[in-house]
Design a protein around this ligand. Structure first.
Ligand code: ADP
Ligand code: GN1
Ligand code: MG
Length: 375
């Protein structure tokens, strides 16, 4: 049995903890997340079916699942109220946690694995690649709006679910350690990539430095804003719900902006092996900038707007060194589906960084143009 299968061996035990009406018809692995084990459960109920998402939380990564779920309960309840006040549908526009029969937000199974359940948001699409400029604009407005909705959230009550999550200098130190130790002798397979990453050390503190100096505000941010962490309404095609709230923590607006660009404004998939297909699509970059500023509705400072291109570049670079470090230590963090998967992912990120560097003046000009049109 693979370690993943072993970890999910108690799925039946977990399912039994949730007082779901109807009879379980099907349970299938679901989605393309890199972190948790996600299943779609279908129950037969009178007159039809009802579906749920069951997740085994990755407690190797999230060291304190109890604190994480405390964040999740509080944030989803807060968002629910905000959505209701805006006349929206809180059952579809945010995650809804299904409690266990004993009223808990998660269940710890007899082997120490942690499980949680959500209402499945149906009649919705999850995209792995941008299909139209409009979709990307909508996702940007939704992520901007998400940040705005949480503007008054008491940030001090949020637990830090992964310390230093977007602290790029700290990520760089982890990466350097992985290179120096080279436990599996894999560094020789990635000499070019390692050199590329090491050559950019000076830039790693471009955002954290400004934060320290008080020149960028700390906000409550999502921190994992890739396109498959948002659902679109199948009918209206509008952005519907932001999911994957595990990393909602105090952070910079630039983390959310940058991570979306890294994934969605690339002309190729995150794990594309043909690097000639990877570049930054400036039309998508512009659309996202427009949508994000609209969603944030004037709440971003001049400095934040000025730093948007750096947010994009640094989040892409950071993800690249995370993938590469994981390749070097033996793929212990991100799920992989083939040999060298994390190295392939690192390569696309660095190709994108190089392309952003080549198009730097254009990216800056786009941001200024959008800033001026939105004044
Ligand atoms: P990971 O942290 O592993 O990325 P996610 O929470 O993002 O896990 O879930 C993985 C995938 O499962 C998502 O990309 C999405 O396709 C799907 N998903 C998660 N929660 C829901 C939900 N409540 N309704 C519909 N789909 C969901
Ligand atoms: C992970 O959980 P998922 O698959 O949405 C990761 C992100 C990375 C992303 C790269 C908690 O996101 O930080 O940017 O993979 N999430 C965590 O695709 O580490
Ligand atoms: Mg996800």
């Amino acid at each position: 049995m693979s370690t993943e299968n072993q970890a999910c061996a108690k799925i039946e035990e977990a399912i039994a903890q949730f007082a779901i009406q109807g009879s379980l018809k099907e349970k299938i692995p679901y989605g393309n997340g890199h972190i948790n084990d996600t299943f779609l459960l279908t129950y037969e109920v009178e007159g039809g079916e009802k579906q749920y998402i069951l997740q085994r939380m990755n407690h190797n990564i999230f060291k304190n699942p109890q604190q994480l779920m405390e964040n999740m309960v509080n944030v989803t309840e807060y968002l629910s109220r905000a959505i209701q006040e805006q006349g929206g549908d809180p059952q579809r526009e945010t995650l809804n946690i299904v409690k266990t029969s004993s009223g808990d937000s998660y269940y710890k199974d007899s082997t120490g694995n942690y499980w949680r359940m959500f209402l499945f948001i149906g009649r919705a699409l999850c995209l792995e690649m941008v299909e139209s400029v409009k979709d990307f604009y909508d996702s940007a407005a939704a992520f901007g709006n998400f940040q705005r909705m949480l503007a008054d959230y008491p940030a001090g009550t949020l637990h830090e679910t992964i310390p230093n999550f977007h602290n790029t200098p700290s990520r760089f130190q982890d990466f350097k350690k992985a290179v120096e130790e080279d436990k599996l002798g894999r560094a020789k397979l990635a000499e070019k990539e390692i050199a590329f990453a090491l050559a950019r050390e000076a830039e790693t503190s471009a955002l954290t430095g400004l934060l320290k100096e008080g020149k960028l505000p700390l906000r409550v941010t999502h921190n994992d804003t890739k396109l498959n962490n948002i659902l679109f309404d199948e009918e209206t095609k509008k952005a519907l719900c932001i999911i994957d709230l595990d990393t909602v923590m105090p952070g910079l607006s630039l983390y959310d902006f940058g991570d979306s660009i890294r994934f969605g404004a690339s002309t190729g998939a995150e794990d594309e092996q043909d690097l000639s297909k990877i570049s930054i699509d400036l039309e998508l970059f512009e659309a996202f900038t427009n949508g994000f500023l609209t969603g944030c509705a004037g709440s971003l400072t001049d400095k934040e707007i000025e730093m948007l291109p750096m947010g994009a570049k640094l989040m892409t670079y950071e993800c690249g060194i995370r993938f590469l470090a994981d390749f070097l230590v033996g793929d212990t963090y991100f799920k992989i589906h083939r040999e060298g998967h994390n190295l392939d992912r690192a390569r696309t990120q660095f190709k994108l960084v190089a392309d952003m560097e080549a198009k730097w003046d254009q990216m800056k000009a786009i941001v200024e143009k959008v800033r001026n049109t939105q004044k």
